[in-house]
Ligand binder design. Structure first.
Ligand code: SAM
Length: 307
């Protein structure tokens, strides 16, 4: 299904819980705070099936909150995998519970993981994430690699005067370990989360353009991921692979995602969860596929480039 700007929906980003065992200072809460109770495992599975049938999507990312805080996480992954529609099932996680669950997740059908890691320095980790778990996360990454997750991506949100001096050491660390580094520029938090108070953004936003220029000079090859928000992927001469996620109009124009909040709110943009529609009641009502098609079409039509 295409939106009014000719963008075909290809990805689903599904927040399966708002609960989190970390408290990162930059967190965008995936664009909204839930108004209703969490979808059940059955409702999540049913919605994934409807979305796959209506949109013909085969890629899904599970997020949160922290997806591993959801106690039924293994059943959720298994059910989505068993639907047979999704060829790429991935998850973004803070890694705190990953070491314990990685094998079961892999066996259940999870293909890929992104792990949030804003620093390699324990004191800074504590300042950014409000917990002491850096070692736990590093160990979880090793375990996940040994189990066979590939690729493993590291989500590094760069923050002015907090961790902006760590970019090259993060790049070396990821290269040595065989992980892909995702350099993420801080974006503002949606009004539906922070009430429009973007003081944190004003204080800590780091402009990545000069860094990206350096990457352009140093890289042997640059790929533009046109199916994925026009993200740039740099392959450096030392073998390091770095992807950049920078909010911009170009980025927005390459966005092919639909989002679902943990309470069933289906929406088209991180910054406009208010334009979404909550599907929890519809899921109980056993609508026809044609009816779901109409509802989803309305949400897809509400998508605009917001940058
Ligand atoms: N708890 C999980 C985690 O830590 O990955 C999933 C939820 S978290 C909201 C998902 C990702 O959103 C994080 O890896 C981080 O990269 C990104 N993120 C959160 N807030 C952000 C912000 N203000 N700017 C840029 N990226 C942000």
């Amino acid at each position: 299904m295409k939106d009014n700007n000719n963008r075909i929906i290809k990805h689903i980003r599904f927040s399966i819980t708002s609960h989190c065992n970390s408290n990162c200072i930059y967190c965008d809460k995936e664009g909204f705070t839930p108004k209703m109770s969490e979808l059940t495992v059955e409702e999540i599975t049913k919605l994934c099936k409807i979305l796959a049938k209506v949109l013909n999507v085969s890629k899904i990312k599970l997020t949160g909150g922290e997806p591993l805080c959801r106690k039924e996480i293994i059943s959720i992954v298994k059910n989505i995998s068993n639907l047979g529609f999704y060829k790429d099932i991935s998850m973004t996680t803070n890694g705190l519970l990953l070491g314990k669950k990685a094998k079961e997740l892999f066996d259940a059908g999870l293909n890929r993981i992104n792990v949030s890691l804003a620093t390699l320095n324990p004191q800074r980790y504590k300042r950014i994430c409000n917990n002491d778990s850096l070692e736990t996360v590093l160990k979880a990454l090793e375990i996940s690699k040994d189990i066979g997750f590939n690729p493993i991506k590291i989500n590094y949100v760069i923050l002015k005067n907090i961790n902006d001096d760590e970019f090259w050491s993060m790049s070396d660390f990821c290269n040595k370990k065989g992980y892909i580094l995702q350099l993420i520029e801080l974006h503002q938090v949606a009004k539906s989360v922070g009430g429009g108070n973007n003081l944190f953004y004003q204080n800590y936003h780091y402009n990545t353009i000069p860094l990206i220029k350096q990457l352009e000079k140093k890289s042997n090859k640059t790929i533009i991921r046109s199916n994925m928000q026009n993200r740039k992927k740099f392959i450096l001469s030392n073998g390091a692979i770095i992807e950049t996620i920078v909010p911009s109009h170009e980025f927005c124009m390459g966005c092919t995602k639909l989002r679902i909040g943990c309470d069933g709110n289906l929406f088209g943009c991180l910054f406009r969860s208010d334009l979404g529609k909550n599907l929890k009641e519809s899921l109980k009502a056993h609508y026809s596929l044609e009816k779901y098609d109409q509802i989803i079409r309305q949400i897809v039509d509400s998508r605009e480039p917001y940058y």
